[in-house]
Ligand binder design. Structure first.
Ligand code: NAD
Ligand code: ZN
Ligand code: ZN
Length: 344
C-alpha cells in the first residue's frame, strides 16, 4: 500500500510503498477513506532527534475514517463494510480514566507503549489502517467521511476544551477564540451550538477572519499588538469568560491571560510553547488556566451527533495521497483555510 511517512528528523514527509497490513487477533483493518492534516504534525516534524519520542519511520495521520475490510480473530460487534471514524488518543482500556472513556488521559499508555495512530503508531495517511480494538471505532451512520474525519481531532479537541468552560458561558458572556484554523473554525461553531456566548475570533490573516465570520463568529479582530485592547473594548472593559488559544505561542498566551475576565476559564490548546502565568495582579481574580489534550470517547460520539444535527460543518480542502507533502507545505505556510484532508 501507499503511505505518507516522516522518515528522517528534519526531512519532509514522503510517499512510500509498504506491505498491506493484516489484522491480528482483536484487530480491525480499515480501508482509509480520509485522513486529516493537523498542525501538530508540523510541530512533531520540527522536534530534534534528542526530543523525538517515537520510532522512525512514522506513518502520519492521527485523524482517520474509513471502511472496515477485515476483522481479526475474536472481534465482535462490528461488521465488514461498516463506515467508521477512528478515536485517536487510545489508552489501555482498563485504568480508571479509560473506564470513564477518557482514554486521552490514560494512566498507563506511556508505560505500556500505547501510542495514537500517526503519533507513535502507524497512522491513517495510508491506504489501510490497522486499529487495535473495535472500541476505538465509532459508526459514521451516514456522515461523509471526508468532512467528518477532522472532527476526530479538530472537532473533539475544542469540544473537550469548551465543555469544561460551559458553566461560565452564560447569556451575556464572551468567548474568545485565538487562531481560526483547523481547530479554531470548528471551535467557533461548537461555541455557537452549545452556548449563548458572544464569540470573538482572532487571527493574523484576513482570509481566516473571513472564514471565522462565515462560520459564526460575532466579531473578528486582527491578532496584533492592539488585539487585547480591542477585545477589552468589545467586552466593556471586563474581558472574556472563556478564552481558547489554538496557537499557544508567547504573543497569544500573553493575550489570552490579559483578556481573561474575573473567574474566566482559559484553555491553551496550541503547541506553541507559551504559558499563562496566573497570580494576584497578574491575571483577573480566580482565572483558571488549563492545557487540555484531545478528548474522550464519549465526547467524540457527542461531536458526531452535533455533525448529524447539522450544527458543525468542517470546511475542507482535499488532496490525494501523493499530494500530502504539498498539503503539509500549504498548512505550514498558513494557506489552508479550514482543514486539509487526504483521500488515500
Ligand atoms: P492551523 O494551522 O490550522 O490553525 C492555526 C491558526 O492560527 C491559523 O489560522 C493561523 O493563521 C493562526 N495564527 C497563527 N499565529 C497567530 C497569532 N499570533 N494570533 C492569532 N492567530 C494566529 O492549526 P491547527 O491544526 O488548527 O492546530 C492548532 C494548534 O493546536 C496547533 O498548535 C496544534 O499543534 C494544536 N493542537 C493541540 C491539540 C491538543 O490536544 N492540545 C490537538 C490538536 C492540535
Ligand atoms: Zn492533531
Ligand atoms: Zn488507561
Amino acid at each position: 500500500m501507499k503511505a505518507v511517512q516522516y522518515r528522517e528528523i528534519g526531512a519532509a514527509p514522503e510517499v512510500v510503498t509498504l506491505p498491506d497490513p493484516e489484522p491480528g487477533p482483536g484487530q480491525v483493518l480499515l480501508r482509509v477513506a480520509a485522513a486529516g492534516v493537523c498542525h501538530s504534525d508540523i510541530a512533531l516534524m520540527s522536534w530534534s532527534a534528542e526530543s523525538f519520542p517515537y520510532p522512525l519511520p512514522l506513518t502520519l495521520g492521527h485523524e482517520g475514517a474509513g471502511t472496515v475490510v477485515a476483522l481479526g480473530d475474536g472481534v465482535r460487534g462490528i461488521e465488514e463494510g461498516d463506515s467508521v471514524a477512528v478515536y485517536g488518543p487510545q489508552g489501555c482500556g482498563r485504568c480508571v480514566k479509560c473506564a470513564q472513556g477518557r482514554e486521552n488521559y490514560c494512566l498507563r499508555a506511556a508505560e505500556l507503549g500505547i501510542f495514537p495512530p500517526g503519533l507513535g503508531a502507524p497512522g491513517a495517511m495510508a491506504e489501510y489502517l490497522l486499529v487495535d480494538d473495535a472500541r476505538f471505532l465509532q459508526p459514521l451512520h451516514g456522515l461523509d467521511p471526508v468532512t467528518t474525519v477532522p472532527l476526530t481531532d479538530a472537532g473533539l479537541t475544542p469540544y473537550h476544551a469548551i465543555r469544561r468552560a460551559l458553566p461560565k458561558l452564560v447569556p451575556g458572556s464572551t468567548a474568545v477564540v485565538i487562531g481560526a484554523g483547523g481547530l479554531g473554525h470548528v471551535a467557533i461553531q461548537l461555541l455557537r451550538a452549545l452556548t449563548p456566548a458572544r464569540v470573538v475570533a482572532l487571527d493574523v490573516s484576513e482570509e481566516k477572519l473571513a472564514l471565522a465570520r462565515d462560520v459564526g463568529a460575532h466579531e473578528v479582530v486582527l491578532s496584533d499588538e492592539r488585539a487585547a485592547e480591542r477585545v477589552r473594548e468589545l467586552t466593556g472593559g471586563l474581558g472574556a469568560e472563556g478564552v481558547f488559544d489554538f496557537v499557544g505561542a508567547e504573543p497569544t498566551t500573553a493575550l489570552a491571560g490579559s483578556v481573561a475576565a474575573v473567574e474566566a476559564d482559559v484553555a491553551i490548546v496550541g503547541l506553541g510553547g507559551g504559558a499563562v502565568p496566573v497570580g494576584i495582579n497578574t491575571t483577573a481574580f480566580d482565572v483558571a488556566v488549563a492545557a487540555p489534550y484531545w478528548g474522550s470517547r464519549s465526547e467524540l460520539a457527542e461531536v458526531l451527533e452535533l455533525a448529524r444535527a447539522g450544527a458543525v460543518e468542517v470546511r475542507v480542502e482535499t488532496y490525494s495521497l501523493d499530494e500530502a507533502p504539498a498539503a503539509y507545505e500549504r498548512l505550514h505556510a498558513g494557506k489552508v483555510n479550514g482543514r486539509a484532508v487526504i483521500l488515500p
